[in-house]
Design a protein around this ligand. Structure first.
Ligand SMILES: Cc1cc2nc3c(=O)[nH]c(=O)nc-3n(C[C@H](O)[C@H](O)[C@H](O)COP(=O)(O)O)c2cc1C
Length: 240
């Protein structure tokens, strides 16, 4: 696949890695389990102790892009803590997480089988249509949603629409076929609305709000009916 990232490099236990090299690295994936009560595994202890040194400057890892894969067991109260702590410390030292996580609240979910005259589900990669994502936050949201999907073939007949109206993002999915000059759309569901709740750097459950780049706060709702994803309500095109 063209959109695969090809990576080659050594695979090492963290304590076998010469940690002082980390300031020169541009790319690293950390695979970290949690042991004890939220503790780092034995073969990462030296690495972790070094990373916690107070005298490391806050931009030491500014070259580094990183991913953290955490392995844990959610029945422990300190679920995945070693990975979460590592993610937080790497970000503190100026490294950039490879993925951002956006959380949305869903409403008005209509399942496929509840939509009348539903068309058959398509296995093709979908084309994506975005409407009314205009502010910086809107563009960020659009790019996070966009990169969830692989690049479709040009002739794919499946289309997903994300249409923003007053910060509610309406999700619809269709297939289409050409019927002479016309295009016949067939909805394939599901349908729902999404409202952006937060954009976090890195992991889903960060240790505290310091990792949250943007979050919807209740007081924002009353603040002069501000719109966050676009200054427009998104219905303009329909009026023309
Ligand atoms: C003694 C012990 C303590 C553990 N402590 C934690 C913990 O505090 N937090 C956590 O998320 N997972 C904890 N785990 C789960 C391990 O991270 C998990 O077993 C490991 O990721 C391997 O997954 P597996 O057991 O499915 O092979 C612990 C496991 C053991 C054996």
């Amino acid at each position: 696949m063209e959109d695969k990232i090809r990576i080659s490099g050594p695979v090492l236990a963290l304590d076998n890695y010469p940690v002082s090299q980390l300031i020169h690295e541009e790319f690293a994936i950390f695979v970290v389990a949690t042991a004890g009560q939220g503790d780092e595994p034995d073969n990462m202890k030296r690495f972790w102790k070094f990373l916690l040194r107070k005298n490391l400057p806050p931009n030491s890892l500014s070259k580094l892009k990183y991913g953290v894969l955490g392995f844990g067991d959610s029945s422990f109260s300190k679920f995945n803590f070693a990975a979460k702590k590592l993610h937080k410390r790497l970000a503190q030292l100026g490294a950039t997480p490879l993925v951002d996580i956006a959380s949305f609240t869903l409403s008005g979910v209509v399942m496929r089988h509840d939509i009348p005259d539903i068309g058959p589900m398509s296995e093709q990669y979908p084309h994506l249509l975005f409407n009314n994502f205009k502010t910086d936050l809107g563009l960020r949201t659009m790019s996070i949603l966009k990169y969830l999907f692989p690049v479709p073939k040009a002739d794919s007949k499946r289309v997903i629409t994300f249409a923003n109206h007053d910060d509610y993002i309406c999700f619809r999915q269709h297939t289409y076929k050409k019927a002479g000059k016309d295009i016949e759309l067939s909805e394939i569901g599901p349908r729902f609305q999404m409202k952006l709740y937060s954009i976090k750097l890195g992991t889903l459950e960060s240790l505290d709000a310091a990792d949250t780049e943007w979050a919807l706060r209740p007081y924002m709702n009353t603040a002069s009916k501000r719109r966050f994803l676009s200054l427009e309500d998104g219905w303009q095109e329909d009026d023309q």
